[in-house]
Write a protein that binds this ligand. Structure first.
Ligand SMILES: Cc1cc2nc3c(=O)[nH]c(=O)nc-3n(C[C@H](O)[C@H](O)[C@H](O)COP(=O)(O)O)c2cc1C
Length: 198
């Protein structure tokens, strides 16, 4: 039986809820151990590692970045899958096409726009931008799959600075708005597909 480690960070809970759904699916054929994002334990005994994070400026939270750094040598030789809880992503037509390992929650209703029509926000929320951030920050990890799921925005659950920042974002753009967007069926669908890739 495969041994899978799952580690996620979360602030308002949606990434944790996604993690629970993924774990339930994968447990049908594997053992799944949830590790704390602060853990320093060796990953050697696991066949695969699933990493979840709220999207933060195109990449993981700082706690998850620290986890990836601490375990970078071991992760470079593991099967790794990422899932992100987020609010907005767009495709810019001129950017390289998907890598075939990308899973996009239909709830994200992703549009394709030409580069000349992209705003500053689009340019920092595009599939290509997220891909460049990942390659820059985790160059030794070659993930088997990457999923982008729409999560939630509950301002009251955010620390003060983040709450003020997101209040400003939601006031000035309709692209990221408050609400509950988690789609359990999309998360389950990815997990079922992932079970064949790990
Ligand atoms: C400081 C900050 C930066 C964020 N950056 C992004 C981003 O770059 N792209 C995005 O789609 N969502 C972004 N979000 C929204 C969160 O990723 C989203 O609310 C997520 O679903 C929260 O996950 P959680 O419920 O596990 O905390 C940001 C939120 C905060 C507070």
């Amino acid at each position: 039986m495969r041994h899978i480690a799952m580690v996620y960070d979360t602030v308002s809970g949606s990434t944790a809820d996604m993690g629970a759904i993924i774990r339930d699916v994968l447990r049908q054929e594997s053992t799944v151990t949830t590790l704390s994002v602060n853990a320093s334990d060796s990953l050697e005994s696991y066949d695969a590692v699933i990493i979840g994070s709220p999207m933060r400026f195109g990449w993981c939270t700082s706690k998850m970045q620290a986890f990836l750094k601490r375990h970078s040598a071991q992760l470079a030789h593991k099967k790794v899958a990422f899932f992100f809880s987020m609010l907005y992503v767009v495709r810019i037509a001129e950017e390289p096409a998907d890598e075939g390992r990308l899973f996009l929650d239909p709830g994200l209703a992703i549009a394709t726009i030409p580069k000349k029509a992209a705003t500053g926000m689009d340019k920092t929320h595009s599939v290509g931008f997220f891909q460049r951030r990942r390659c820059h920050n985790a160059p030794t990890i070659d993930p088997v799959s990457i999923a982008y799921f729409k999560g939630r925005l509950v301002l009251e659950r955010l620390p003060l600075f983040e709450r003020l920042f997101m209040k400003m974002v939601t006031t000035f753009t309709k692209k990221e708005q408050k609400g509950e967007f988690l789609n359990p069926a999309a998360v389950r669908g990815w997990a079922e597909e992932l079970a064949h890739r790990l």
